[in-house]
Write a protein that binds this ligand. Sequence first.
Ligand SMILES: Cc1cc2nc3c(=O)[nH]c(=O)nc-3n(C[C@H](O)[C@H](O)[C@H](O)COP(=O)(O)OP(=O)(O)OC[C@H]3O[C@@H](n4cnc5c(N)ncnc54)[C@H](O)[C@@H]3O)c2cc1C
Length: 480
Amino acid sequence: MPNRDMTAACGEPGAAAMDACATDAAFESALVGELGADIVTRSADIDPHYFTAYNEAPGARPRALVRPRSVDDVARTLALCTKLGQPVVPQGGLTGLARGAVALGGEIVLSMERFAGVESIDAAAGTITVRAGTPLQVVQEAAEAAGFTFGVDLGARGSCQIGGAIATNAGGTRAIRYGVMREQVLGLEAVLADGTVVSSMNRMLKDNTGYDLKQLFIGSEGTLGIITRAVLRLRPKLASPATAMCRVVDYDAVVRLWDRMRAVPEVVSFEAMWPSFYRYVGSHTPDVVAPFAGEAGFAVLIECATSAPGGDAAQTLETCLADCFEAGLVDDAALATSERQARDMWLLREGLAIDALPNLVNFDVSLPTGELGVFAERCEAALRARWPDIVCLFFGHAGDGNVHIGASLAELDEALAHELDRVVYGVVQAMGGSISAEHGIGVLKRPYLACTRSDAEIGLMRRLKAALDPHQILNPGKVL
Ligand SMILES: Cc1cc2nc3c(=O)[nH]c(=O)nc-3n(C[C@H](O)[C@H](O)[C@H](O)COP(=O)(O)OP(=O)(O)OC[C@H]3O[C@@H](n4cnc5c(N)ncnc54)[C@H](O)[C@@H]3O)c2cc1C
C-alpha cells in the first residue's frame, strides 16, 4: 500500500523535506512511499527510450520515472514534487520535434503511457472522451469504428499520444479542413503543479462561461499543467480519399491552384514540394517511382474526401484537375489509381528520405500562404550567402501557410547550428512569420521565441507561468 504520509519518508514537508530528499536514494524512497513501487522506476533502471528525444542520441538520465495509472497518481506525484521542489518533465509518445519531452538534468519524467484508452463515445453529440496516454491512431480507429472521422492526422500517429498532441497543439495534414488540435478539443482535464485537478470536461460546442481554461494547456508543452483526459470533436465519417500529384510551373501557380482548390469542399490536404525537395525525395525514396521524375517545377499533392452520401471524391478531384489543366494552372497531373500509389505520393511528401542527409537541421515555420514563395527565395539566398554549398529543401502544408525546411551542411557544430537558426529565423522575423508552425518551442526554439512574440506577450506568458507553477517545477527550461 503506498504511503501517503510524506513525513515517514522525507521528514516534514517544505524546506526540511527538500533537504531530506536531497540524495537520490532518499528521493526515490519518498516517491515509492507515496506512489508504490509499481508506479516508480528508479533512475538506474530507466530504459534509455525514456530519455531519448526523437532522432537524437540519449540525453540526461532522469532522477526517476513515474508512470501513473490514474489521475490521482498524477495529482499525488505533482503535489509531492511541488512540496520537494522537484522538477517534472511530462512525457507522451516522445515524437515531439522540439526536445520538450526529455529531461535536461535533475528532473523526473512523468510518462502518461499507462493512462490510456477511450472512455466513451457520444454518437449524438459527435464526441469522444479519451485518456491522455491514448495513441492518436487508437483515437482515429475508435472514431472510424463508431462511424466518424477524427480531424487530426500526422505521420507519427502510431506513437504520439493524444495528450502530447494537445500539449503541442499538433497540426498535421488535414488542418485546412478541420483545423489544428486546438479546434478538436471541447473539454480538458489537467493537473496543476500543486496537484489540483482541474476538470473542464465540457461536451458542448457552445460554452461561454467565463475564461476558456482549456486553452491554457493546449500548446503549452507541459509547462502549465499535465493533461490527463480530453473530450474531442468527431466529424462525419470520410469515405476513402482520392489523391493526386500535380506539377505546376512556379510558386505563383501553387497559390493560384490553391485559390481554385480551396473552394472545393472535398479538399482535405494541399501540400507543396519545392523543385529541389521533389527531385531529392524522388531519387532517394526506396521502392517509390515519382510521377514527373527528374522534371522541373513544383509538385503539389492534393487529397479529397467526402462524407456526403453517394459522394465521389475521385470524380470531383478528376473534374477539378481537368478544369485546372484547361485553365493552364497545372502542367501535368497523376491521379492515384490504387492505395499503393496514394501511399507512395504521401511517402514522397513526408520526405523521410531527407533524414539521411548529413547533419540535417529541420525547421517548421509559417507565413501567409501567398508569401511562402518569396520567403523560400529569401531564406535560400541568405543561407547560400553564408554557406554556398548548403543543401536546403522546402516542403510543407502550403494550404495553411506551413513550410518545413531541411538544411544540411557537411560540417556542423553547436555554434554553426545556432548561426543556421539565426539566419532562418531572421528571415521569418523580417517577414512577420512564426518560427514554429506546429512543432512547438521546447528547448530547440526557446532562444528565438522573441523572433515571433513581443516583449509584452512573453511577459504575460511568464506571469501565467508564475501564477500556475510558482515553484517552476513543470518542464523547466522549455518554452520560456
Ligand atoms: C514522423 C513524424 C511526423 C510528424 N508530423 C507532424 C505533423 O504533421 N504535425 C505536427 O504538428 N507535428 C508532427 N510531428 C510532431 C509530433 O508528432 C507531435 O508534436 C506530437 O503530437 C507530439 O506527441 P507526443 O505524445 O509524442 O508528445 P511528446 O513528444 O512526448 O511531448 C511533446 C511535448 O508535450 C508535452 N506533453 C506530452 N504529454 C503531455 C501531457 N499529457 N500533458 C502535458 N504535457 C505533455 C511534453 O512535455 C513535451 O513538451 C511529427 C513527428 C514525427 C516523428
